[in-house]
Design a protein around this ligand. Structure first.
Ligand code: HEC
Length: 127
């Protein structure tokens, strides 16, 4: 019974997070370190990004992919400091969970999701 209660509470929590304007990851998710080595991650991450994310976020992560044009809200510019300023763990959690029109990516192996983080870091604006 307690498990069910916890599951229901988690669903309600997820719904309330989705409704909130600011998208925040739980503290323990934020602190998680990327276990994938950078060299491997960059290569695997680019392949996964091109296959799954570029359609909305654009080939360079600018949020200008053809699939994102009609969405509200628009896909985020992944190179922006608003995104780059977040920890790997935080972004990993958001990519895994999704929100609204941003799909959840839990079906991708964890190592692929961490690899995406390495690739996303390489997209950071050099300003
Ligand atoms: C169907 C279009 C679509 C696809 C495909 C997609 N995204 Fe998104 N993404 C969005 C939208 C829309 C938002 C803004 C969601 C919001 O703010 O509620 C977003 C937001 C994000 C954010 C921002 C989180 C924040 O702090 O605001 C990250 C990071 C992200 N996406 C990464 C990815 C990655 C990595 C992939 C591929 C595995 C991906 N997205 C695939 C549409 C998409």
């Amino acid at each position: 019974m307690r498990r069910w209660t916890a599951a229901v509470a988690m669903v309600l929590f997820a719904a309330s997070v989705a409704a909130a304007e600011e998208w925040r990851a739980p503290a323990e998710a934020k602190a998680t370190k990327n276990p994938v080595a950078r060299a491997t991650g960059l290569k695997d991450g680019k392949a996964a990004y091109d296959a799954n994310c570029a359609v909305c976020h654009g080939s360079r992560g600018k949020g200008d992919g053809p699939g994102g044009a009609a969405l509200n809200p628009k896909p985020k510019d992944l190179a922006d400091k608003v995104i780059q300023g977040q920890s790997d763990g935080e972004l990993f959690w958001k990519i895994s969970e999704g929100r609204g029109v941003m799909p959840p990516w839990k079906h991708l192996p964890e190592s692929v999701r961490w690899s995406l983080l390495h690739y996303m870091r390489s997209l950071a604006s050099k300003k």
